[in-house]
Write a new protein. Structure first.
Length: 276
């Protein structure tokens, strides 16, 4: 059983399908399918079954997934130990796209200037997906929004972002709350604010990009709850009115999280030092 087969199998599970796995592994879908077929032939069992249009793990697939995680974790730990011992190592950093654009460049510049033995590699996803990625050893550490409470993880406060309500300048807008997709820390904060304001019956519209959300808000199609720095750095800033939120919704904590007893803790703490 080859490691590449286990890595492919895990990617299909984590990315919920062949297409997502091929994008993550930077290969074509036919390669992913072939590796899964060879793995099933080697083991003599089915690992996936189709339920509607979705791939789901069989009982044997679930069993293998647990062992695959352990094997790949040991492989990573071995590589990390050797690279750390050699004095240079790769640090895979998970981050939401907006955090990568606004807050991360300063830290990356500092690593490059003062800690050249640490070679950062960036992985972008939502906060919810990044927490899972840390647990599954897809990334070494990650910046995630909201309160992250988990016995497996260490959480270091990194950035406090001011949350604001954003509307069109003329205040003539539809009662539609624009948010990003599931797993986004800003989405969770926005929906919590909406419930507290008694507006939970209002329509909610999801969009994948902050730029798209702000463009719709500037056009008067609705409003959003988002971090102030994302608005202040936006091309739509002059067309928008920003209203600070009050009470416990006023801020959102972004923390750097990683697994306890990580062999790369020295590098992770170095990264954290640029924010604390």
């Amino acid at each position: 059983m080859e490691l590449i087969s286990l890595r492919t199998f895990k990617a299909v599970v984590d990315e919920a399908g062949i297409k997502g796995a091929s994008e993550k592994l930077n290969t074509v879908q036919s390669n992913v399918s072939s590796r899964i077929q060879r793995l099933e032939q080697e083991l003599g069992v089915r690992l996936f079954q189709l339920k509607g249009r979705k791939l789901e793990l069989t009982a044997n697939g679930k069993l293998l997934y647990g062992y695959a995680n352990q094997i790949l974790q040991l492989e990573k730990q071995a590589k990390d130990a050797i690279r750390t011992n050699e004095g240079q190592y790769e640090l895979v950093i998970g981050t939401p796209e907006t955090f990568a654009a606004i807050h991360l460049p300063r830290a990356l510049k500092g690593l490059r200037r003062d800690h050249r033995h640490i070679q950062p590699k960036i992985y972008t996803a939502t906060s919810g997906q990044l927490i899972t990625a840390v647990k599954n050893n897809t990334v070494d550490c990650a910046f995630a929004g909201g309160h992250v409470i988990n016995d497996e993880l260490v959480s270091i406060p990194a950035v406090v972002e001011k949350m604001v309500k954003v509307t069109a300048n003329d205040q003539n807008y539809d009662p539609i709350l624009f948010v990003r997709g599931d797993g986004c820390g800003y989405r969770q904060a926005a929906l919590a604010w909406q419930r507290e304001m008694g507006d939970s019956e209002q329509q909610v519209m999801e969009m994948s990009s902050v730029d798209g959300i702000l463009g719709c808000v500037a056009a008067g199609l609705g409003y959003t709850i988002i971090g102030w720095e994302m608005v202040s750095n936006s091309r739509y800033e002059d067309s928008l009115t920003i209203e600070p939120l009050t009470a416990h919704h006023a801020n959102i904590q972004i923390s750097l999280i990683y697994k306890r007893d990580s062999l790369l803790e020295e590098g992770i703490q170095t990264l954290a030092s640029f924010f604390t």
